[in-house]
Design a protein around this ligand. Structure first.
Ligand code: SAM
Ligand code: SF4
Length: 329
């Protein structure tokens, strides 16, 4: 499946819920998030159908996300369904890690390959402040459980925020020294948060990289670029002698990835979104519930691909329509 500019769309992010057990400051407001009713969510059968048709059109990787995907009841059975689809080479999940200690082994047994865990701080107070009440110990336990379950590689995603967690970059770097994780620093995006707040908190990836380089240099080591891996995504990744893990930087805002974008998103309510930064959405739930056949479904996927813009123009703002928790981060 190609978009109107010849880009091959091989990667589908599937949001399985808009609900979350945390309220990260850059993602959701503390209160008053309008919640989707259960009937409006795609069922597992519906998600599986869309993924199967996507795979027939060339999708090779699916990432389950949300909201918090582990909040969706029966998530392990969805993993099992999707893992059995022939031609789907990679099945992964992005989670906040709160429930991961409980689920890691079951997810692995059901066929999940790997996880990305979001972790913005190693200080319990700062972690609770950024997530508005999260328990750091639960997430660290989740990361350990994912490593021992063999959900490899375990990627740990951190969004540096000026004045909130930017002092912790050295502590996070040392975590990659002792654990075999892929630590990635991701730029804050102007999605789901207020524009003025975004401008105050934004830390460019280049700035984070120079802090990391300095920390590593002082320890007498150096960063060397890892060989690019197929499907490795937009991160610039580095290895450090003596470190068990690797470190990457994702300039989600300052980088210009659009030309290489292979993604499409399926929202929890059954909308196909060709681009995170645009509100364009193709409704597949209506078609599924209206009894459409697979060729109609394939036509809708291709229609969404055709609508993918060449590049984004990210609007600042926190509209409910363009929240990562709704679209699937
Ligand atoms: N709840 C899960 C989690 O936190 O990993 C999955 C969904 S969450 C929306 C996916 C990712 O989006 C998280 O790593 C989170 O840090 C990131 N995210 C959310 N809002 C963001 C923003 N405004 N800028 C950058 N990353 C953001
Ligand atoms: Fe929840 Fe993930 Fe958004 Fe944090 S980033 S509020 S954990 S959906």
């Amino acid at each position: 499946m190609k978009d109107g500019f010849g880009r091959q769309l091989t990667y589908l992010r599937v949001s399985v819920t808009d609900r979350c057990n945390l309220r990260c400051v850059y993602c959701m407001p503390e209160r008053g998030v309008p919640l989707v009713s259960h009937e409006d969510l795609l069922t597992f059968e519906e998600i599986e159908r869309v993924v199967r048709v996507g795979v027939a059109l060339g999708v090779r990787a699916v990432r389950l996300t949300g909201g918090e995907p582990l909040m969706r009841r029966g998530i392990v059975s969805l993993v099992k369904r999707l893992a059995s689809i022939e031609g789907l080479d990679d099945l992964s999940m992005t989670t906040n890690g709160v429930l991961l200690a409980e689920y890691a082994a079951q997810l692995k047994a059901a066929g999940l390959r790997r996880v990305n865990v979001s972790l913005d701080s190693l200080d319990p107070g700062t972690f609770a402040a950024i997530t508005r009440g999260g328990d750091l110990g639960e997430v660290l336990g989740g990361i350990r459980a994912a490593l021992s379950a063999g959900l490899a590689p375990v990627k740990v995603n951190c969004v540096p925020l000026k004045g909130l967690n930017d002092r912790e970059i050295p502590a996070l770097v040392s975590m990659a020294g002792t654990l075999p994780i892929h630590l990635r620093f991701i730029e804050l995006m102007p999605v789901g948060c207020d524009g003025a707040w975004f401008r105050d908190r934004f830390v460019p990836a280049a700035e984070v990289q120079s802090v990391v380089e300095e920390v590593v240099r002082r320890s007498g080591a150096r960063l060397s670029p890892s060989a690019p891996r197929p499907g490795g995504g937009p991160a610039a990744c580095f290895e450090i002698d003596g470190y068990r893990g690797t470190i990457g930087f994702i300039p989600a805002v300052t980088g210009h990835f659009c030309g290489w974008c292979t993604r499409m998103r399926l929202t929890s309510t059954g909308g196909l979104r060709p681009c995170l930064a645009s509100d364009t959405e193709v409704d597949v739930k209506g078609a599924l519930r209206g009894g459409c056949d697979n060729s109609r479904l394939a036509a809708l996927l291709m229609e969404a691909a055709r609508l993918k813009p060449w590049r984004r123009g990210m609007e600042y703002g926190a509209s409910d329509e363009r929240r990562m928790s709704r679209i699937g981060g």
